[in-house]
Write a protein that binds this ligand. Sequence first.
Ligand code: IMP
Ligand code: MG
Length: 427
Amino acid sequence: MPAVIVVGTQWGDEGKGKATDHLGVDVDLVVKFNGGNNAGHTVVIDGEKYALHLLPAGILSDGVTPIIGNGVVIDPEVLFQEIEELEDRGRDTSRLKISANAHIIPSYNRLIDRTTEKFLGKRQIGTTGRGIGPTYADKMNRIGIRVQDLFDESILRQKVEGALVNKNHLLVKVFNKRKVDIDEVTAELLSYADRIQPMVVDSSQLVNDALDEGKTVLFEAGQATMLDIDHGTYPFVTSSNATAGGACTGAGVGPTRIDAVVGVTKAYTTRVGEGPFPTELFDAEGEELRERGGEFGVTTGRPRRCGWFDAVVARYATRVNGLTDLVVTKLDVLTGYEQIPVCVAYDVEGERFDDMPVSQSAFHHAEPIYEYLPGWSEDISKVRTFEELPVNAQRYIEFLEEIARVRVSVIGVGAGREAAIVRHQFV
Ligand code: IMP
Ligand code: MG
């Protein structure tokens, strides 16, 4: 039985939470394989709204084992806080498992994240300020603190010391901040150990065993394709692999075990933070889309930048992820437009690009070339089959399928878990 990866195809917030949770009903394990509490999933179940940042959306489905894989970075304060919040609302979180190899976000990396952004001035990334980037940098620099380090005081101390050698110089001499105290940090990290220990596993083993037993495993990406450290709009990206390949490295499964890769896209586009965004709308048009779609960040509350659907991005996402299926969310938000622009190519100083330009500067200067599709005015939020959709809504979806070169299997038509049209099963 299947292993299914779910990724965002744009700049995040496509509704992966809802998509994975929607599937979560029939899956046994949900694995988060990248990112940390920079993510924000809003899931609505029985009219109750849940905002998750670190925990996999699958935590809200009974019978699902949620797993935080080795590719994730964990802020223990946030972990415990989210667990408590869910428990307080009567949700069972006891099935949660955490990889021994996942990295911890020490408090000093939050400080460094925010301070670095300030120092970047005009060149800032617009990070979520959660310490994500510095923690992945530590991982690559081989000075990271892993979950398993919390259980050996002397190793932990050595590692904290090692990490702080350079950081303290940076903080004091460059950033004009106070030096971080090794004892304090070690004590703080140690204080998490007892609470986290019962959840710790070899997540690779757990996931592979589950697949051997014929269970269904869902790999849930944080962020999205265009925020991927390798394939996104570098440097305006997050610091992990949010594309399908990240599921293999971030969970410890081989690519041969994966059966389906599901991309999630909004029927239009949004982005938070800085960086290029060819179909971005400004002024009243952008404002209208933002209001209609309720486009404000779950994690930071920032208004999201809004624009039309970008098929160049969608086709690119199909390619770099090897998508087998596409989930289109928030189609209902487009109800009431007389015509809907879809970006089918870019114009870069007179040259037409049907596919993603190789050069970053070309992408920064890309002007969208639009095709205009006829809109619809009927309320579609209660529609549950493709055939019941207004003809123009059907044509919109078929157009996206053709141009993105992937079948659209699920269409979201409202916020609730049930507000979706399922056309094809993923596997
Ligand atoms: P970081 O992940 O906090 O380092 O932020 C890097 C960039 O990714 C910024 O533009 C953030 O706004 C963006 N970002 C990070 N996580 C998410 C997410 O879950 N949804 C949307 N954007 C995100
Ligand atoms: Mg989000």
